[in-house]
Design a protein around this ligand. Structure first.
Ligand SMILES: [Zn+2]
Length: 353
């Protein structure tokens, strides 16, 4: 079973206290649909329709409706503040006799320092990645956000800068499962920087019955547990790794999307608010492989539509989006709506003043 685990359960920390970060798909499937006593909407792998695609699993990003609503409220408040700031700036410019151009609400760029922690295991079969392999993964991260995988993508303006690469040899860290003592110990020891710094851990993210491609913490969890913030990437997902069809390195782009506040494109299935992003059509379940003509949700009718009006064009599932579970060869872009959400979430939860 596989999971490109997005850090779902970590988000529960908001309402349920410390919770482990991610669970492999099969484990979630086997568990009652209850999280710490809260009604939970479990995304993706838990719908029962997700099929195992190999030894590795995606992150099941579990988010309760309560957390989702709370986060959306905070993001809306941030947007209101940013708009007010932009209006004040425009008014000030007008008074000073400057040409009144539209003042952008969001900055064109945000700057994200990155530290990569390479963990080496001690067994012969362990894949111990080199510093140059880590730097190569960083280039993949950067290029993905810059739109280099899809010439039609608007660059996100998320500017990553590699500040440091560390190397540790520790077998329990190498095999650390999400939320375990080894996982927390590793992060408390190695975590660097403040909330704006992306800490990337490269290990084998073991699970009893397979492995995860990676997992992440959401930005709203960073303030409460700053040392546990960051993303973990399975070395099997790195270029040339053993995770068949998921070994071109795109997992680092997907997980950092969660780190910047994005949900899976299939969050909530066909039901509103879905992933909270307007330009990623709803989809009922994760996409594995790359079926670009898939359409799993009914197309919403536009406001004011009445019987007899033309039907809207169907909206195909966003299977090539970085926040789906498709093959690395398939996923290639973020949307402008995702860009807006990431930058807004960064300003709200990760900006360091
Ligand atoms: Zn994910």
């Amino acid at each position: 079973v596989i999971s490109r685990v997005a850090v779902g359960l970590a988000s529960l920390a908001l309402v349920a206290g410390p919770v482990l970060a991610a669970t492999p798909a099969h484990a979630v499937l086997a568990r009652p649909n209850v999280a710490a006593g809260h009604a939970s909407t479990i995304a993706g792998c838990v719908t029962g329709t997700a099929k195992p695609v190999g030894r590795y699993g995606h992150d099941p990003a579990t988010i309760t409706p309560a957390v989702q609503a709370k986060v959306q409220g905070q993001l809306n408040a941030e947007t209101t503040t940013l708009k007010a700031d932009a209006e004040r700036t425009a008014a000030r410019d007008l008074v000073r006799g400057r040409v009144t151009t539209t003042v952008p609400v969001l900055p064109a760029q945000i700057h994200v320092p990155v530290v990569i922690h390479i963990i080496h295991g001690t067994h012969k079969k362990d894949r111990n990645v080199s510093r140059s392999a880590a730097r190569n993964l960083f280039r993949i991260l950067k290029a993905g956000y810059a739109g280099k995988q899809d010439p039609t993508m608007v660059p996100t303006g998320v500017m990553f800068r590699l500040a440091k690469v560390t190397v540790s040899r520790n077998d329990s860290w190498y095999h650390a499962r999400p939320g375990t003592r080894a996982d927390k110990q590793m992060k408390r020891k190695l975590h660097r920087g403040q909330k704006n710094m992306l800490n990337i851990y490269l290990n084998s993210v073991s699970e009893p019955d397979g492995a995860l491609l990676g997992f992440s913490r959401f930005p709203w969890a960073a303030a409460r547990q700053p040392k546990l913030d960051g993303i973990t990437i399975n070395v099997a997902s790195m270029p040339g790794g053993r995770a068949h069809a998921y070994n071109l390195g795109d997992t680092v782009i997907h997980e950092s999307g969660h780190w910047l506040g994005l949900f899976h494109t299939f969050q909530g299935g066909c039901e509103a608010p879905g992933d909270g992003v307007a330009d990623t059509p709803a989809e009922a379940e994760p996409s594995f492989k790359c079926n670009k003509t898939r359409d799993t949700c009914p197309t919403p009718l536009p406001a004011g539509w009445v019987q007899g009006d033309p039907l809207p064009a169907p909206e195909l599932d966003p299977v090539t989006d970085f926040m789906d579970y498709s093959y690395d060869t398939c996923m290639n872009h973020f949307t402008p709506g995702q860009r807006t959400r990431m930058v807004t979430a960064f300003l709200r939860y990760r900006a360091v003043h």
